[in-house]
Ligand binder design. Structure first.
Ligand SMILES: C[S@@+](CC[C@H](N)C(=O)[O-])C[C@H]1O[C@@H](n2cnc3c(N)ncnc32)[C@H](O)[C@@H]1O
Length: 370
C-alpha cells in the first residue's frame, strides 16, 4: 500500500488556510490540489497508521476528512470507473486483508456551502457510481456464495456512517473523469468523521427559519454537548432563529439575545424568550441560570471573544460550555486561531476544539467545555 501520500478534503476557498495549517504542524508537503481537495506527500519511510492519522485530523481546523492515498482512476464514464474500482480495489487486495470495510463514495464540493443552492453532500455522480459498484458486488457475490457478507459489507446503503473499528475505503469524485481512491479510519473523538467525506447528511427542515439551523445542528452533534430537556441556553445573535430551533428541538430552554427580529415560529415557542438587544447592553443577571452559550454574531472574532469573555468571567455566571462561530472575514484571520483558542483556555475551559464544519461558510465553529 502506497502510504506516502495523504489526501484531505475541505471547504472551497479554505485550501490555502489548510496548507498553512499543515505547514505549521507537520512536515507534509503539498502535492496535488483542486478546489476542496488536496494531497500531501510525506517523507516517512514507515507506513502511517490510519488511526494515528485520524487522531491527527482532530487537531486540524480546516480538514474535513483525511486519509491515505491508494491511487487514482481516470475513465471517461462511470461504468468504466466502477469496473476499475471493483477490479482494482474491491475484488482485490483490500478484501483479502479481512478488515471490516466500509465503502464511501462522495465528491469534492462544487461550491461554497449555501452558494448556488449547494450544500455539502454525497453528490449526484457519486450516487450513480455507488449504484454501479453495488451491482458489481452483488454479481460477484452470486458466484462467491461463501463470501456474501464481506462482499456486501459497507456498500449496501449510500450514506452510512462507519463504525469506529471500520476501515473506510473512500472513492472520491475529483472531476468528471477522475476519482481518487484512499483509505482512512474514523476519529474516535469526532463523530463527523464516521460519515462519507466527513459530512453529516443533513437537510434543512421545511420549517427551519434560517440556514443557520444546518451549521448549529451539525455543531451540536459535533460537540456532543449534553443539551436536552430543560437545559438552559443563551443564543447570542439568535435572529431570525435557526440556531435556537436546533436547541428548542432538543427540549432546551432558550434565551435569544439579538437586536433583530425573531421569526414568529421561534418567538412563540413556549421555551423561548427574546431579549431584544446587544451583548454589553443587557444586565448579566438575566443570564444567571444559563449553563450553555451559543453565539453566531456577524462581527470580527475579537468582538465575539470579548462579548463571551464578559459573560463567562462574570462572577454570577456558571457556564459549562460554549459553541460559537468565529467569522473569518479575511483568510489571514485563520493565522490567529491558535491565539484565540489560548484566550479561551485562560477562561477556564479545558476541552477546546475548532473546526470548519461542512455547513460553515467562511467561519469556524468552536466548542469549549469545562
Ligand atoms: C448570522 S446572524 C445569526 C443567525 C442566527 N443564529 C440564526 O440561527 O438564524 C447574526 C446576528 O448577529 C446579531 N448580532 C450582531 N452583533 C450582536 C451583538 N453584539 N449582540 C447580539 N446580537 C448581535 C445580528 O443582529 C444578526 O441577527
Amino acid at each position: 500500500m502506497d502510504s506516502s501520500f495523504i489526501y484531505m478534503s475541505c471547504q472551497i476557498g479554505a485550501e490555502s488556510a489548510l496548507k498553512r495549517e499543515i505547514a505549521r504542524i507537520s512536515g507534509f508537503r503539498p502535492a496535488f490540489s483542486r478546489p476542496g481537495f488536496l494531497t500531501f506527500k510525506t517523507d516517512r519511510t514507515n507506513e502511517i497508521d490510519p488511526q494515528e492519522l485520524a487522531d491527527f485530523h482532530n487537531n486540524l481546523v480546516f480538514a474535513r476528512s483525511i486519509g491515505l492515498s491508494l491511487g487514482k482512476i481516470e475513465a471517461p464514464d462511470l461504468e468504466t470507473v466502477a469496473e476499475k474500482v471493483f477490479a482494482g480495489y474491491i475484488d482485490g487486495p483490500l478484501f483479502k486483508e479481512k478488515r471490516h470495510l466500509r465503502f464511501h463514495v462522495w465528491q469534492r464540493d462544487a461550491y461554497q456551502p449555501g452558494e448556488h443552492g449547494f450544500e455539502p453532500g454525497m453528490g449526484e455522480s457519486a450516487r450513480k457510481l455507488h449504484g454501479r459498484l453495488v451491482a458489481h458486488i452483488l454479481e460477484r457475490a452470486a458466484s462467491h456464495i461463501d463470501q456474501p457478507n464481506r462482499w456486501a459489507c459497507g456498500i449496501d446503503l449510500p450514506e452510512l456512517p462507519a463504525q469506529l473499528s471500520d476501515t473506510i475505503v473512500d472513492c472520491i469524485g475529483i472531476d468528471r473523469d477522475t476519482w481518487w481512491i484512499g483509505t482512512r479510519m474514523p476519529c474516535r473523538l469526532d463523530a463527523m468523521s464516521q460519515w462519507p467525506g466527513g459530512i453529516t447528511p443533513l437537510l434543512l427542515p421545511f420549517d427551519a427559519v434560517s440556514r443557520a439551523w444546518l451549521k448549529f445542528e451539525e455543531g451540536l452533534r459535533w460537540s456532543a454537548f449534553p443539551i436536552g430537556i430543560g437545559t438552559r441556553c443563551l443564543d447570542i445573535g439568535s435572529a431570525p432563529g435557526g440556531s435556537s430551533q436546533a436547541l428548542l428541538a432538543r427540549g432546551a430552554e432558550v434565551i435569544g439575545l439579538d437586536p433583530g427580529e425573531m421569526a414568529p415560529a421561534v418567538l412563540n415557542h413556549p421555551n423561548f424568550t427574546h431579549l431584544r438587544g446587544r451583548t454589553g447592553k443587557v444586565k448579566v443577571r438575566a443570564f444567571r441560570k444559563v449553563r450553555w452559550i451559543l453565539a453566531d454574531m456577524n462581527v470580527a472574532p475579537q468582538y465575539t471573544l470579548r462579548a463571551l469573555e464578559d459573560l463567562v468571567l462574570h462572577p454570577e455566571m456558571k457556564i459549562r460550555g460554549l459553541l460559537f462561530t468565529l467569522k473569518l472575514f479575511h483568510w489571514n484571520l485563520a493565522e490567529a486561531l491558535p491565539e484565540y483558542l489560548k484566550t479561551i483556555r485562560h477562561w477556564g475551559f479545558h476541552s477546546i476544539r475548532a473546526k470548519q464544519l461542512a455547513f460553515n461558510k467562511q467561519e469556524v465553529m468552536v466548542a469549549a467545555a469545562k
